[in-house]
Design a protein around this ligand. Structure first.
Ligand code: UD1
Length: 432
């Protein structure tokens, strides 16, 4: 696995273009299974997760071609009973193919996605919704078989506004008979992007972005051209990069409306964020040193996917901060690594108590998951001396060329390819 070498202490400046959103792209790729029509997706981010979802579609017999600015997808025929175990076990988001395959073929066999490093991540809400639509579900030997001769629209109340469950059910309902109403639905911008994509195919989805989504099933879906929304978590990560290094940078391809909670919290800490006269969003992190408290919540609350990055900023604040993680039960794995770099963080239950310190010190650290890995890169940017971030594959799942983008802004950061992986990577490499 590659590692990143970062010599900290450099100010950042200039512009960075934010890529298309991973969390919008993955469900939209799954939704391509709903139609025989040709789909053209633009602003597809070059990420390993996207690569694995593309592979999942290909293994199901779908034709996927890369074009200059994205992907062309045609699911004329679908082979097999469901996505292969090796890809579902590698990437939880492959489970998003279940709703589309159930709607298109009346049956899907898929392995249980299991837990992951940030928490248990059950799928009970997805299954509850499929059952409500009339599907029968059997579990055997780690596989789930979901089937229904005809899905029928129904009212479904989600006990928690799960992003994945909302998306899977929207896809299944789009070809069900009658009207489905999803109550307590997730309101994330990525859910809205999926709804817009489904509607471009000919579906009838309304209310996405609110707690109640209504889907009127249709018999036929066609093709569409769709541009993926910008990645709000990548944008937020670069905003924090400006804040921790005390720099001014401009972000292009950002929808600030999707970043209200993140921008509000950065401003509370002392940053200045505004639209730039030449376009883009200017982030001035020169005076970002106030301690703040954060509670992660479903959208429009503060995103769990930005918690680790903010924690780095707060390790250097002038005072004490508290971060409470309300979405995932095990999302503080970056804490021990940050403490090894000189931070003063104590975890009690779902809260991390952060006492600001004068400086962080470069150190070899290991990324354990995507956002934890990003936080260690941010820590490396501001730490004194050299930081080595190991297991960069976690970061590559969700950040498009993070090292190149940061280097262009003036950071001293380099990727070291690890010898033993070069052979394996020629098999699985994301096109660059
Ligand atoms: C998505 C995002 C992920 C983000 C998360 C929360 C994608 C590909 N990933 O993940 O980056 O961190 O939303 O914003 O879009 N839950 C259940 N039962 C279920 C489903 C979920 O109890 O059937 C729980 C989960 O364990 C978790 C919470 O609900 O505690 C939120 O999960 P969910 O919103 O489903 O997250 P994902 O869709 O997996």
């Amino acid at each position: 696995m590659d590692k990143l070498l970062i010599n900290g202490g450099k100010k950042l400046s200039g512009r960075v273009k934010i890529s298309g959103a991973k969390n919008a792209c993955l469900p939209i790729l799954a939704a391509c299974l709903l139609t025989k029509g040709e789909v053209c997706l633009k602003d597809v981010p070059l990420l390993s997760d996207v690569h694995f979802m593309k592979k999942t579609l290909e293994r199901l017999g779908v034709q996927v071609y890369s074009s200059d600015d994205g992907l062309k997808i045609k699911a004329e025929v679908i082979h097999g009973e469901g996505p292969p175990f090796d890809l579902v076990s590698r990437m939880r988001a492959s489970f998003l193919t279940a709703g589309a395959l159930l709607a298109r073929r009346g049956r899907v066999r898929i392995s249980l996605p299991g837990g992951c490093s940030i928490g248990r991540r059950p799928i009970d809400l997805h299954l509850k919704g499929f059952r409500a639509l009339g599907a029968k579900i059997e579990e055997t030997c780690g596989y789930i078989c979901i089937q229904s001769k005809e899905l029928k629209g129904e009212r479904i109340y989600l006990d928690f506004p799960s992003v994945g469950a909302t998306e899977n059910l929207m896809m299944a309902a789009s070809r069900a008979k009658g009207i489905t109403v999803i109550e307590n639905a997730a309101e994330e911008p990525e859910v809205v992007d999926l709804a817009n994509f489904l509607n471009a195919l000919g579906a009838k989805v309304s209310g996405a972005g609110t707690k109640i989504i209504r889907v009127e099933g249709v018999k036929h879906l066609g093709g569409a051209v769709h541009t993926i929304i910008p990645d709000r978590v990548e944008a937020g990560t670069f905003m924090v990069a400006a804040a921790v290094t005390g720099s001014r940078i401009i972000l292009d391809n950002v929808i600030l409306d999707h970043l209200k909670a993140v921008a509000a919290k950065l401003k509370e800490a002392g940053a200045c964020i505004k639209e730039h006269s030449d376009g883009g969003i200017l982030v001035n992190g020169e005076n970002c040193s106030r301690p703040i408290d954060i509670k992660t919540l479903p959208y429009p609350g503060f995103p769990t996917d930005m918690q680790a990055q903010f924690m780095v900023m707060l390790t250097l604040a002038e005072g004490n901060s508290v971060i409470t993680e309300n979405i995932f039960e095990n999302r503080f794995m970056h804490v021990s690594e940050l403490n090894r770099m000189g931070a003063n963080i104590r975890v009690e239950g779902a809260s991390a108590f952060i006492q600001g310190v004068q400086r962080l010190q470069g150190f070899p650290v290991r990324s354990t998951d995507l956002r934890a890995g990003a936080s260690l890169v941010l820590a490396g940017l501001v730490a004194r001396g050299r930081t080595e971030v190991l297991e960069v594959n976690h970061i590559d799942r969700g950040y498009c060329r993070i090292d190149e983008k940061l280097r262009k802004l003036g950071a001293d950061i380099h990727r070291v390819k690890m010898e033993e992986d070069i052979e394996a990577e020629t098999e699985t490499a994301v096109p660059r």
